[in-house]
Design a protein. Structure first.
Length: 399
């Protein structure tokens, strides 16, 4: 059946499960992907989303800071990294090189704090900080960064460092530290929660082909398990639309669901949201691939909502899905938009290699996107508590 030819009755059994709140299987997930009936898929995802959140759509006022692009890894999907060990003056990629950024950079702690402070003064409630695996920066760089931001911006939530960076810190710390020790030290310095990056696709084949020198799912889950045991909330991602199959995506979502099940039952915190990241090929070593279409984006967001029945929020990161599709996705299971962002170095959809990293959405445009979609905009903090803006320009977490 082609798109638009009416309801796919073959999904009736899945509809019955969704309406009864029953868990979907791997096979159900694949059938949802394979249907051409995009409308029924959206409707089903919306049943779950409305059961959890009604018509509310959350957004946040944040600032992303990417502290360094120098990296010991060479992930094929990444156009952000500058290979550690290559001198700056031969930065232009040569024949035979994997594609990568042309210029290395690393920010000082002072520069990071100054960017965070500027964001804080402009009303940001969160700073989201990640970067490449830099072999020379000491662990104290990261703890100082958190401590100094905490001092300068007492109310701002610091969401920082993917699981991959946390594992890197355990190795560069002198003496070496455990994941729990690293997380505890960062938390003492001001870290609030962990973002979901670095998950990619939990599958050995994809790991081998696209990011084989990076730690894989065992370590990614170890970090998130430890964080949840320590009561640190985290997010989860899935990077889709490169060399993985739909079945491998569904497998990835089920692994997250199983982890979440244990965190909810036995640990002190859990995943707050899943962020499906739409692959942007431009400038990466997989730049020959076409990347996902809009319908594949919508399907992936909807299937994520339906498979991850125990994760509260599904976030569209408009930098990757585009603002227009992110708006439409609010009827395909998405209840959360990140965010005002302001600067983002890791990917850029158009003109990716022009070096311009200013990518900003104002509060008014976020509210407009959400309102026009027939939804109720709710500004939230990182932990999904509603934020109240006061007449004097300050903000507080609503009680
Ligand atoms: O870890 C890298 C991915 C991630 C590309 O937790 C790419 O709230 C698409 O994790 N095309 C970083 N994706 C972004 C991320 C994130 C974003 C917004 C919110 C949150 C959160 C987390 O982006 C990386 C990697 O998985 N990525 N290259 C690319 N070419």
């Amino acid at each position: 059946m082609a798109v638009g030819q009416g309801a796919d009755r073959g999904l009736d059994d899945i509809r019955a499960k969704v309406e009864a709140g029953e868990r979907l299987t791997h096979e159900d997930g694949l059938r949802l992907y394979e249907t051409d009936d995009i409308h029924t898929l959206g409707e089903l995802a919306n049943v779950v989303r409305e059961r959890m959140h009604g018509r509310r759509v959350y957004f946040n006022v944040n600032r992303h800071i990417n502290y360094a692009n120098v990296c010991v890894l060479r992930c094929k999907f990444c156009s952000f990294y500058y290979p550690f060990g290559k001198s700056a003056d031969d930065g232009t990629p040569q024949a035979g090189d994997l594609v990568h950024a042309a210029t290395p950079y690393e920010l000082t702690v002072e520069e990071i704090v100054s960017r965070a402070t500027e964001a804080y003064e402009n009303g940001a409630t969160e700073v989201h900080i990640v970067g490449g695996l830099h072999p020379k920066l000491p662990f104290s760089y990261y703890t100082d960064m958190c401590r100094e931001i905490r001092k300068a911006c007492p109310k701002m939530h610091i969401k920082a460092f993917t699981a991959i960076e946390i594992i890197h810190f355990t190795r560069i710390a002198k003496p070496r530290m455990t994941v729990a020790e690293v997380l505890t030290e960062l938390r003492d310095a001001g870290l609030g929660s962990l973002p979901g990056g670095g998950a990619e696709i939990f599958d050995d084949r994809i790991h081998e082909e696209a990011f084989k020198n990076k730690v894989g799912e065992v370590e990614w889950f170890e970090v998130h398990r430890t964080a949840h045991e320590l009561g640190i909330f985290t997010n989860a991602t899935m990077l889709y639309g490169h060399i993985e199959t739909r079945s491998e995506r569904v497998g990835h979502l089920i692994k997250l669901r199983e982890h979440q099940e244990v965190s909810l039952a036995k640990r002190n915190s859990h995943f707050n949201c899943i962020i499906p990241l739409s692959f942007i090929p431009d400038g990466s070593a997989l730049g020959n691939l076409p990347g996902p279409t809009g319908l594949e984006d919508l399907k992936t967001l909807a299937v994520s909502r339906l498979m991850l029945d125990n994760v509260p929020h599904v976030k569209a990161f408009w930098i990757m899905q585009t603002p227009k599709l992110a708006q439409i996705s609010l009827d395909w299971g998405v209840d959360d938009l990140d965010g005002t962002v302001v600067y983002y170095d890791i990917t850029k959809r158009e003109g990716g290699s022009d070096g311009v990293t200013h990518q900003e959405m104002t509060i008014d445009s976020l509210r407009r996107l959400i309102g026009e979609a027939g939804c109720i905009p709710v500004e939230r903090d990182t932990l999904y508590r509603p934020v109240e803006r006061l007449a004097d320009g300050s903000w507080r977490v609503a009680s």
